[in-house]
Design a protein around this ligand. Structure first.
Ligand SMILES: NC(=O)c1ccc[n+]([C@@H]2O[C@H](COP(=O)([O-])OP(=O)(O)OC[C@H]3O[C@@H](n4cnc5c(N)ncnc54)[C@H](OP(=O)(O)O)[C@@H]3O)[C@@H](O)[C@H]2O)c1
Length: 254
C-alpha cells in the first residue's frame, strides 16, 4: 500500500481484471488502499491477480462474470452485495475485446459481440451498480475508451464504433450523476503491449510499424494507465467529469 493510501476505505470494482490494463488498475487501486472486486471470466487468472494483491497487503475478492450478459451482471450484483456489502465507490469498466477485419467481412454475431462486450457491458454494469454509488457525495466511474474513440485505422469499424459511442455514454451519464459527486471519465489509452494487441505484437514487422508511429517511441505500460486511474479516483479529481483523457504517447497529436 502506498504511504498516503488515498483510497483507504473505498470499495472498487474492476471489470476485465484478470490480465492487462484491468489487472494493473486493480493492483494500483488496491495499493492506494481500496478493497477491490476483480471481475472477469477466467477464474485461474483472476486468482493469480488477487493473490498478487493480497501478497502486498491489499484486499481483493474475485467474481466470475461475463459483463456482456444481462443475467450474469445481475448475478454479479447479488454476489457482490453478499460478499462486499451494499456500497460501491469506484467502478472501472475496463473489459473489452477487439476484432480486426474489414467491415464487409463481419458477420452480424461478430459485430454484436464487439458492441456487447465494449458498450452494452458498460450500460449493464452502470445500471446495476450506480444505485449503490449514490447518496454519499463521492463516486468514480472510469470507462476504458481508446485512442480509437478519437481516430481510427482500417479494420476497426466495430471496435471504433463501440469505443466512440462510449464517449457519448460518458458525457450523458456524467451529467446525470454530477450533482451526486459521482464523476464519469473516459480513459483512452494508445497502444499498450497486452493480449488484446497480440495480432500486432506477435508480428515483428507490424509491431515495429506501430512502435515507430508513437512519438515517444515506445508502447504504453499498463502501470501508466493504472496511475492515471488512481489519480482520477482521488478526492481532488472531483472536478474532472464528462470528459476523456487520452494517454497515447502523442499518437493523436500527429
Ligand atoms: N491495450 C491497449 O493498447 C488498449 C488501447 C486502448 C484501449 N484499450 C482498452 O482497455 C481495456 C483493457 O484492454 P487490455 O489491453 O487489458 O486487454 P486484454 O489484455 O485483452 O484484457 C481484456 C480483459 O477483459 C476481460 N473481458 C473481455 N470480455 C469480457 C466479458 N465479456 N466479460 C468479462 N470480462 C471480459 C478479459 O478477461 P476474461 O477473458 O478472463 O474474461 C480480460 O481481463 C479494453 O477495454 C480495451 O479496449 C486497450
Amino acid at each position: 500500500m502506498t504511504p498516503d493510501a488515498p483510497l483507504r476505505g473505498r470499495t472498487a470494482l474492476v471489470t476485465g481484471a484478470s490480465r492487462g490494463l484491468g489487472r494493473a488498475i486493480a493492483e494500483a487501486l488496491a495499493s492506494a488502499g481500496a478493497t477491490v472486486a476483480l471481475v472477469a471470466r477466467d477464474r485461474d487468472r483472476l486468482e493469480v491477480a488477487a493473490a498478487a494483491i493480497r501478497e502486498r497487503g491489499g484486499r481483493a475478492e474475485i467474481f466470475l462474470a461475463d459483463v456482456s450478459d444481462e443475467a450474469a451482471v445481475m448475478a454479479l450484483g447479488a454476489s457482490f452485495a453478499e460478499r462486499l456489502g451494499d456500497r460501491l465507490d469506484i467502478l472501472v469498466n475496463n473489459a473489452g475485446i477487439n476484432l480486426r477485419k474489414p467491415l464487409v467481412d463481419f458477420t452480424l454475431p461478430e459485430w454484436r459481440s464487439v458492441l456487447d462486450s465494449n458498450l452494452t457491458s458498460v450500460f449493464l454494469m452502470c445500471r446495476q451498480f450506480v444505485p449503490r454509488m449514490t447518496g454519499r457525495g463521492y463516486g468514480r466511474i472510469l470507462n476504458l475508451t481508446s485512442m480509437m474513440s478519437h481516430i481510427s485505422l482500417p479494420g476497426r469499424t466495430a471496435y471504433s464504433s463501440s469505443k466512440t459511442a462510449l464517449l457519448g455514454l460518458n458525457r450523458a451519464l456524467a451529467l446525470e450523476l454530477a450533482s451526486e459527486g459521482i464523476t464519469v471519465v473516459g480513459i483512452s489509452p494508445g497502444v499498450c503491449d497486452t493480449e488484446i494487441n497480440a495480432p500486432l505484437m506477435q508480428n515483428p514487422e507490424l509491431r515495429e510499424q506501430f512502435r515507430a508511429r508513437i512519438p515517444v517511441g515506445r508502447f504504453g505500460q499498463p502501470s501508466e494507465i493504472a496511475a492515471l486511474a488512481v489519480h482520477l479516483c482521488r478526492e481532488e479529481s472531483g472536478f474532472i467529469t464528462g470528459t476523456d483523457i487520452v494517454i497515447d504517447g502523442g499518437w493523436t497529436a500527429q
